[in-house]
Design a protein around this ligand. Structure first.
Ligand code: NAD
Length: 421
């Protein structure tokens, strides 16, 4: 299966997996188990459009591995969604949950649609129908979806309601990322960005001289949920100097530092950065090549490839998006001495707070924001430290260290459970 911008994303992920599996001498049987998806669901479903016509959409739910607990992962709506992408993202979710030490396996879903072309009513009908199609494979104890690219708390509320209507009672734990009024967790919206900020600060302390991220220059690609909160928290709470931000409408550069609060408020009001005048307009390619200490790709996959990796001048690349660096680019950056902080650590804050939300829903006891932030910070710092320990032990890079740690956790769980029957 081809991805929009090149070969198979899953083949890329397997290359990175194998690099770690080779180093840890993982046996062939376990490799086969861990590389295989437990369940791959494709659904084609009709939606009645506002003008009375009918359109058929394609959606996916992939469950990679459930050795450590129920499958968990977001659902995205995007015109480029395809089976290869969802397969890869569900694979990454398994390792992400293992690293964070939360009792989940990996899943991911998506619908091939540009949601901006739909009316509110069409979006709701598509969401409810898609969730009904995958409902037989979803459950509080089996597979718990969450938001991802172009999906949000409102859509999670529709999912939860659809599921609840069909079983005749409210099932809060069926999805996470819900509105707070419906059993969502405080701090879930900001969680991925906050996790990115925590990891960035830790990475500066470990890999660079001069302490944490305070005062350091940062460029952030993508200003959606992840990019906007990363920028806000890094700038406002950690004292970093965010000099460039961008989204699909363009990139904005201010060597004196972007006013991150202004940018965040602008996007809240206008939906995107188009017309933002807090910086000089540059191209997204120029943003990636800026002379900054920290580069945060927080948009979509394959932002840094063999075509532009050579131009990157940052000391740290913080993978806030999933798969933003291809294996070829990874190699180029590594040779240049640039440290890459891997996606399945960096952006795990979202799933960690999703886990907190799930737990709160199951107990119907809700935490205050300070408790959520404190618990998230602890998990992110512990995960970072655990990976560094493995990386040092195996004398390897951070991504491979993260894979080794995650693979060993899932392989151990698989061994302990045994192969049924
Ligand atoms: P989003 O849809 O809210 O935002 C995506 C942003 O990227 C938008 O600002 C968009 O304009 C921008 N963008 C798209 N194409 C671009 C381009 N070519 N150049 C520059 N900017 C571009 O999505 P999100 O939820 O912020 O997710 C971003 C990434 O983080 C994805 O890879 C997603 O899988 C990953 N992620 C998200 C979460 C989460 O909790 N939302 C958790 C883990 C990982």
């Amino acid at each position: 299966m081809e991805n929009g911008s090149g070969g198979s994303l899953f083949a890329d992920a397997l290359k990175q997996f194998d690099r770690a599996a080779d180093l840890m001498n993982l046996d062939d049987g376990m490799r086969q188990v861990l590389k295989s998806h437990k369940r791959e669901i494709t659904v084609n479903f009709p939606v009645k459009m506002d003008d009375g016509s009918i359109r058929v959409f394609t959606g996916y739910r992939f469950q990679h591995n459930i050795a450590r607990g129920p499958a968990k992962g977001g659902i995205r709506y995007h015109q480029n969604v395809n089976a290869d992408e969802i397969k890869t993202l569900s694979f990454l979710m398994t390792w992400k949950c293992a690293i964070a030490g939360i009792p989940y396996g990996g899943a991911k879903g998506g619908v091939k649609v540009n949601p901006n072309e739909l009316s509110e009513g069409e979006l709701e009908r598509l969401s409810r129908r898609f969730f009904s199609e995958i409902a037989p494979f979803i459950g509080t104890e089996t597979d718990i979806p969450a938001p991802d690219v172009n999906t949000n708390a409102k859509i999670m509320a529709w999912y939860m309601d659809t599921y609840s209507m069909n079983i005749g009672r409210s099932e809060l734990g069926i999805v996470t990322g819900k509105p707070v009024e419906l059993g969502g967790s405080l701090g879930r919206n900001e969680a991925t960005g906050r996790g990115v900020a925590i990891v960035t600060d830790e990475a500066c302390k470990y890999f660079l001289t001069g302490g944490g991220v305070k005062g350091r220059t940062v460029a952030i690609q993508g200003f959606g949920n992840v990019g906007s909160y990363t920028s806000l928290i890094l700038g406002n709470e950690y004292g970093a100097k965010v000099v460039a931000i961008s989204d699909i409408t363009g990139a904005y550069y201010n060597p004196e530092g972007i006013n991150v609060q202004e940018a965040f408020d602008y996007v809240t009001t206008h939906k995107d950065l188009k017309g933002f005048n807090g910086g000089k307009i540059i191209s997204n390619d120029e943003l990636l090549a800026l002379n900054v200490e920290i580069l945060v790709p927080a948009a979509l996959e394959r932002a840094i490839t063999e075509k532009n990796a050579d131009k990157v001048r940052a000391k740290l690349v913080i993978e806030a998006a999933n798969n933003p660096v291809t294996p070829e680019a990874d190699e180029i950056l590594r040779k240049k001495g640039i440290k890459i902080i891997p996606d399945f650590l960096t952006n795990s804050g979202g799933v960690v707070v999703s886990y907190f939300e799930w737990v709160q829903g199951l107990y119907s006891y809700f935490w205050d924001l300070e408790d959520v932030r404190k618990a998230l910070t602890k998990v992110m710092k512990n995960s970072f430290a655990d990976i560094i320990k493995t990386m040092e032990q195996y004398k390897t890079d951070m991504r491979t260290g993260a894979y080794i740690l995650a693979i060993s956790k899932v392989a151990n769980a698989t061994k302990l459970r045994g192969i049924y029957p």
